[in-house]
Design a protein around this ligand. Sequence first.
Ligand SMILES: [Fe+2]
Ligand SMILES: [Fe+2]
Length: 155
Amino acid sequence: MHQENLSITQYNETGTSHMENNNVLEAKQIPLVAMDAMNDVHREELTIVNCVSAAIADNNGAKITELCEQWLEHTKAHFARENTLMETHDFPAFHCHHGEHIEALQGLETIITAWQENADLEALTIYVRRTWPEWYINHISTMDTVTSAYIKSCL
Ligand SMILES: [Fe+2]
Ligand SMILES: [Fe+2]
């Protein structure tokens, strides 16, 4: 199968990728939204997550911990920026989009805390390689796409 046809549905039950590298997604798989600044942030976050996946493949616990901290900080800043943009422009579906951010941030914090406390590599691997990529594509193709189009129309 050609590289461009690979999708997130091709992970087996242990979350192992069939791809040659350990990337959970390629940048070109991220849906593009109307605002370039948001697209840049989305690509940055994917870069961090792909590094987490590579650190998992290397079984490098210290690196996983360091990268997970970066990932959490990046996610908090990413969501906070979008929340502020929505508030500034009175985005009508603010609560819906904001609610997904709250839920996703709680999920990420829970999995990272579990990693820090129990070093549960399997749970982290499933989250990084399966749960998160599915959520990310879905969230960007719905909430971020609609929000970005609305805000761009206000500018
Ligand atoms: Fe976003
Ligand atoms: Fe968002």
